[in-house]
Design a protein. Structure first.
Length: 122
């Protein structure tokens, strides 16, 4: 039986979060998140999906389609029970990095290809 996970947020690394947020706001009509700042900006869709942009030092733009510099992002999924979701995802082949910045509120995991994603308390 699959977990009941709902995609809540997509966060992209970038050199200038406010500029990238402005571009996507114009492209999508999503509303600016009131707590956006120079290091992290966000947009909210009317269905609740959050699109975030985080400043990364020495960011290198992805090269496409050759993947010399891979595309970088992470996904956040809301779950009812962090421990249950983590256990099930590990069973499915996810990894769990040692560094967990706030394990009581969210868990950082990696998919089988190594891409990080988070499960957050719903």
């Amino acid at each position: 039986m699959p977990l009941q996970m709902k995609l809540r947020a997509i966060t992209l690394d970038c050199p200038d979060p406010p500029a990238l947020a402005a571009f996507y706001q114009q492209a999508t009509g999503y509303q600016p998140h009131p707590e956006s700042d120079a290091d992290f900006a966000g947009l909210t869709c009317e269905d609740g999906l959050f699109l975030g942009f985080q400043r990364v030092a020495d960011h290198r733009a992805p090269s496409w389609p050759d993947q010399t510099v891979p595309q970088q992002f992470h996904l956040d999924f809301a779950v009812d029970d962090l421990d249950e979701a983590e256990a099930r995802l590990l069973e499915l082949g996810a990894g769990k990095p040692d560094h967990q910045p706030n394990e009581s509120r969210w868990r950082v995991l990696t998919d089988p290809a190594g891409h990080p994603f988070c499960v957050i308390r719903g």
